[in-house]
Design a protein around this ligand. Structure first.
Ligand code: ACM
Length: 534
């Protein structure tokens, strides 16, 4: 056996012994004080909620019930009245719990479990931990130790993104995605709703965005590097109605998840231009894009375009109560800004030196508009290129450079570098045995090793790092089952990156805790990649 494997095996053996008296929770809690005695929880126990905790309890019970139906009906019986009795799981708001607003405490005794938190959100996370603890008890009759868990997250932005433009996922699939996030205490769902290959949000003011922009005539086969290119010849598309979007936003909020919509501009807009050619910078019509990769179609920067975008953003803001609205800003090819004499004259009239400054000016107009409506703009790190808009937050994807630059300028940042946070990359070698992916190699261990606060930042600058996010671009992900395969268990690793303090992280221990968690994936009918399981 190679020395490396021997060392890993030894570490897992040591952890098995020490974990015999610890809890299998992912992300790993902040402090855990297990005791030798075991908790006697069984199906005869009662589950009771304090009067203040009803909202969290209701949403959690719905999840528990659905799950309990297939595993052990009878565990989760909410009682209206809070009463003191033995063999009970009590769920209470308690302002004296020593954590921040997202934290919780679980006190486990032989004949009593008390989950308490200052807020409903904290209680929800306590219940998520309890769900992970109780599951092996159903499955393997494996009891867990008494003791105390006191927990709260390291970061406030614990995000997962989903691209529904390149491939479209049903409302039910998006609900399941939200369930997946909730089980890992992730709290932001970044919904990538628009891109060159399909517009997915109903906009009442501009019906052609969905009538035209939501459907492409066909889709390329294989990888975008393949030559010659071939196509499937099948029309493809879909979109979410405003009612469906409201439902998703509510569904997520019941699981303590904020939905951040992304409306791309001024690049990645070929589908918008196909529907409304007057928005173009190039003097021809086009179709919704049928190939993967970049496009040189770009919105023009003239006043009617801004009036159009403002109406789109008005409807977006009415649907999404999030503080941040993501406006993309990445990979805008500026060829047609350079070639268009009217745009060049316009740029000169604004005394802008180049097209990067014009893009910055474009984003600033949108920034002012969003701020005037009480919202904040977020964009990919390209929005730094010609000068960052006054109030903008940056999502750093081209490595950490953009995030570092923005944090030094005292702008808020979400780290999402392609090296560690792109879940459309391959996760295992040999790549030939994996489903076709865009490229890269982002293993479970690599995700786990990530620290969103770069060492080059000072303690004060580090405060501008709100957290990190995993991105799921779907050019090569046709089905929801494959989304799950790409995301699980890498999201579990990311959840410890954004929740657990660095000294408490431990990769062999994480892999061990992954085993019961993946059994829970299976119990819920989710697909996941098993190749990194010990
Ligand atoms: C990106 O991956 N183009 C943000």
């Amino acid at each position: 056996m190679p020395v490396k494997n021997f060392v890993l095996l030894f570490a897992i053996l040591c952890l098995s012994v020490s974990n015999a008296f610890c809890w299998d929770i992912i992300p790993k809690p902040k402090t855990e004080k297990p005791e030798k005695e075991l908790c006697g929880l069984n199906p005869t126990w009662k589950w009771m909620a304090g009067p203040d905790s009803t909202e969290a309890i209701r949403s959690m019970y719905r999840q528990f019930e659905r799950w309990a139906d297939t595993t052990a009906t009878g565990y989760f019986k909410p009682l209206d009245m809070f009463e003191k009795c033995p063999r009970v799981v009590s769920i209470l708001i308690d302002k004296n719990v020593k954590t921040g607003t997202e934290g919780y405490q679980i006190r486990i005794k032989k004949e009593e479990i008390v989950v308490s938190a200052k807020t409903v959100r904290g209680l929800f996370y306590g219940l998520v931990s309890l769900k992970q603890l109780v599951f092996p008890l159903f499955k393997e009759r494996k009891p867990f130790p008494c003791g105390t868990i006191l927990d709260e997250p390291r970061f406030t932005w614990r995000g997962m993104h989903l691209d529904v433009s390149r491939h479209f996922f049903s409302v039910q699939e998006v609900e399941t995605y939200i369930e997946m996030l909730a089980l890992h205490k992730m709290n932001v769902f970044h919904w990538h709703l628009t891109d060159d290959q399909g517009w997915r949000m109903e906009v009442k003011a501009f019906p052609k965005l969905t009538e035209v922009g939501a459907f492409r005539p066909q889709t390329m086969n294989g990888h975008h590097r393949d030559k010659p290119r071939t196509f499937d010849g099948k029309p493809y598309g879909g979109f979410y109605t405003q009612d469906q979007i409201r439902h998703i936003v509510q569904y997520a909020s019941e699981r303590m998840i904020t939905v951040i919509p992304e409306i791309e501009m001024p690049g990645h807009c070929q589908e918008m231009i196909a529907a409304y050619p007057e928005l173009a910078s190039k003097d021809t019509t086009t179709e919704v894009m049928t190939v993967w990769g970049g496009t040189d179609h770009i919105l023009n920067p003239f006043p009617p375009t801004f009036r159009f975008l403002e109406k789109v953003l008005d409807e977006t803001m009415a649907l999404f109560p999030s503080a941040y609205i993501h406006v993309g800003g990445d990979e805008a090819m500026k060829k047609h800004w350079r070639k268009n004499t009217r745009i060049q004259k316009f740029k000169d009239s604004l005394k802008l030196k180049n097209e990067d400054e014009l893009q910055s000016w474009f984003i600033q107009q949108i920034d002012h508009y969003l701020v005037s409506k009480g919202r904040k703009l977020m964009g990919w790190d390209e929005i730094l290129e010609g000068g960052l808009a006054q109030n903008a937050a940056v999502m750093s994807w081209q490595g950490e450079k953009g995030g570092i630059e923005a944090a030094k300028m005292k702008h808020y940042v979400v780290m999402s570098p392609g090296t560690h946070c792109y879940f459309d990359h391959y996760q295992h070698e040999p790549k030939s045995e994996e489903p076709l992916a865009i490229g890269g190699l982002t293993t479970l261990e690599k995700v786990y090793s990530y620290d969103p606060q770069p060492a080059v930042l000072t303690a004060d600058e580090k405060k501008y790092i709100m957290g990190a996010q995993g991105n799921v671009w779907t050019e090569y992900i046709q089905t929801f089952s494959q989304v799950q395969y790409m995301v699980l268990p890498r999201m579990a690793a990311l959840s410890e990156v954004v929740w657990t303090e660095v000294p408490s992280k431990n990769y062999p221990g994480f892999k061990q805790r992954l085993q019961p968690l993946s059994a829970l994936y299976g119990a819920q009918g989710w697909n996941w990649c098993r190749k990194e399981m010990p």
